[in-house]
Design a protein around this ligand. Structure first.
Ligand code: FES
Length: 155
């Protein structure tokens, strides 16, 4: 009985994996199985949080070193596609400075994935928006630091 049940569960999981891979493509499927860069970064230099029209939240954390992203991560309460897209948004920012991060878009993430079903495309845009928010947060903090340093110099 238990062996039959285990076999049934295994077959069901295989079927789900096969269908998921067929619909989402191999790149997204592999990243869904192994969502790299998931989690928070404490004391991130840049933090972005965006809630999509679907109600899901995407957060991106960036840690910079010498003006470039040294560490990046994402967190989401959204669907599998948002996990995949958040992972790629974080990955694409690695080693990049602000000017290059500005070029990371939802279209670029979709391109990297080889596309997603139309109803899931917004997950890529949500991830890119959260990344841009994180970059904006970093830039604002940099400006504040610069201002503070200038003020200290004047006194
Ligand atoms: Fe809302 Fe994917 S982010 S459905």
């Amino acid at each position: 009985m238990s062996k039959d049940f285990d076999d049934f569960v295994e077959r069901l999981q295989d079927q789900i994996f096969k269908e998921t891979r067929a619909v989402y493509g191999d790149i997204a499927f592999q990243r869904w199985l192994n969502p790299l860069y998931a989690g928070r970064i404490n004391n991130a230099d840049g933090y972005g949080r965006v809630i999509g029209s679907c109600g899901d939240t995407m957060e991106i954390f960036l840690k910079f070193e010498n003006g470039k992203v040294k560490n990046a991560s994402f967190q989401t309460d959204g669907c599998g596609s948002s996990t995949v897209c958040g992972s790629f948004a974080a990955e694409q920012s690695l080693g990049k400075g602000p000017d290059k991060i500005l070029n990371i878009t939802g279209e670029g993430i979709l391109e990297r994935l080889g596309g997603l079903p139309e109803e899931d495309e917004h997950c890529a845009f949500l991830s890119a928006d959260a990344l841009q928010e994180a970059l904006n947060d970093y830039m604002v903090k940099q400006q504040k630091k610069l201002k503070k340093r200038r003020l200290q110099k004047d006194y």
